[in-house]
Design a protein around this ligand. Structure first.
Ligand SMILES: [Zn+2]
Length: 423
């Protein structure tokens, strides 16, 4: 890398020899004032910094559109005894009573530092608000949003996990959390005895604060009626198109092709994005199946073919809902490709789009692409092709946020003759 800060360059950073998803020839990406200004095979004017990608794949920064910072790494405090959904709900509720600002911040920092290293440039984290935790979680995460602002776009989605109509005081707490600085409002209507009222309260708050909406929805594999038509109807009625995102949606996997097509038409009309959370859903769904166990992951490749915006997310990191994972969206890409049987180059490219551009769109970040005019949020991956990236998440990564190189991870192996001798 060359560096020369003494001259006033027209280009802040040039990334040369970048392999891009849609270009056969290697390209140079020129960046100024945090934005991509030009993409061409050769860009002649010198830059303040030049980075040689040496043929590596360069993609828009990874985006995790659905994550629970405040529930990360809870498995360390409470290992699973039964490993059931009921245990996860009950034990997490118990653990929540012990959360402190310092504890939430310490666990969240671990996740965020790893995320930046993975090449994540934006996260939407759900932030639990209920009469038990009250505003502890939002008070813990707002300072982190500021602290990491130069390195990560962190959206805070105020989240009523335990229901609203059954938890007196919750609606007021949600209001207070949004007043403090929450960016998005959401809930898990399946935990509420009156899911329709729950959904309406969330939309009322969204309208009061002019914020986007994010539900955990149609998740359990029981015979209760699907709730997404209610959300779609409210979205259209209130003019909230392209501002609503639904996570899990595993029950869409149980619809016939004709019913799924109808569902897609409604979701498309409402401009609703659908997020699959395969690490959690594979672990939690279809527990009552005694044999030939269903996969229970939303059919997001089919929804994408039906013009619905779809994406993937990590959801949880090593807690009772998801005892696995490190927060790397590329590992979720691999898992998704395996689970939904996505084997072609075209489908691999879709997997990566669902962890970058489409994930960004789902949380309201437009134009998260490698194009002139877009923010220079990028990741250089130690791989030559998209299929390699989806095949096995590469360890080597360089993260660029707003045109600044903020993290470099290089995996190295020590030759045998240089191994540390253990005596
Ligand atoms: Zn979640």
């Amino acid at each position: 890398m060359m560096q020369n800060q003494s001259i006033d360059f027209e280009i802040d950073l040039k990334i040369e020899n970048a392999t891009l998803a849609k270009e056969s020839e290697q390209q140079t990406i020129a960046i100024r004032n945090g934005k991509i200004i030009q993409i061409a095979p050769v860009i002649s004017p010198p830059a303040a910094q030049t980075l040689d990608a040496a043929g590596s794949i360069v993609v828009p920064g990874l985006v995790d559109p659905h994550l629970h910072l405040d529930k990360a790494f809870l498995l360390e405090k409470s290992p699973a005894q039964a490993g059931t959904f009921q245990e996860a709900l009950e034990e997490t509720l118990r653990l929540k009573k012990e959360f402190t600002i310092e504890d939430i911040q310490a666990r969240s920092r671990r996740v965020i530092e790893n995320a930046i290293g993975f090449g994540i440039t934006a996260i939407r984290s759900h932030v639990e608000v209920d009469p038990i935790l009250q505003l502890t979680s939002i008070k813990a995460l707002l300072p982190l949003k500021q602290e990491y602002a130069q390195r990560l776009t962190l959206q805070l989605a105020i989240f009523a996990q335990e229901g609203i109509t059954n938890q007196p005081g919750t609606e007021q707490l949600l209001h207070q959390a949004l007043t403090l600085g929450g960016d998005v409002i959401g809930s898990a209507p399946y935990t509420d005895p009156d899911p329709e009222r729950n959904i309406n309260i969330v939309f009322d708050l969204a309208q009061s604060f002019d914020c986007d909406v994010d539900f955990h929805l149609d998740f359990l594999d029981d015979d209760e009626p699907l709730l997404f038509p209610i959300v779609a109807r409210e979205t259209i009625k209130r003019g909230w198109q392209n501002r609503v995102c639904l996570g899990h949606m595993t029950r869409l996997a149980g619809l016939s092709p004709a019913k799924l097509k109808e569902a897609a038409a409604l979701l498309r009309e409402a401009g609703i994005s659908i997020l699959a959370l395969p690490a959690s859903d594979l672990y939690m769904m279809a527990r009552q199946d005694t044999h030939n166990v269903r996969r229970g992951v939303a059919p997001i490749q089919t929804l994408f073919d039906l013009n619905v915006n779809t994406a993937i997310a990590t959801n949880n990191i090593q807690n009772l809902f998801t005892p696995f994972g490190d927060g790397d969206p590329l590992k979720i890409c691999t898992l998704l490709a395996q689970t939904l049987q996505l084997g072609t180059q075209e489908r691999h490219a879709l997997c990566l789009e669902m962890a970058t551009t489409q994930a960004a769109k789902a949380i309201g970040l437009r134009d998260h692409r490698i194009e002139p005019g877009s923010a220079a949020d990028l990741v250089i991956l130690g791989a030559d092709s998209i299929s390699q990236v989806v095949g096995a998440a590469p360890g080597d990564r360089i993260t660029i946020k707003s045109g600044n190189i903020i993290s470099q991870t290089l995996v190295s192996r020590t030759p045998k003759d240089q191994l540390v001798q253990i005596v």
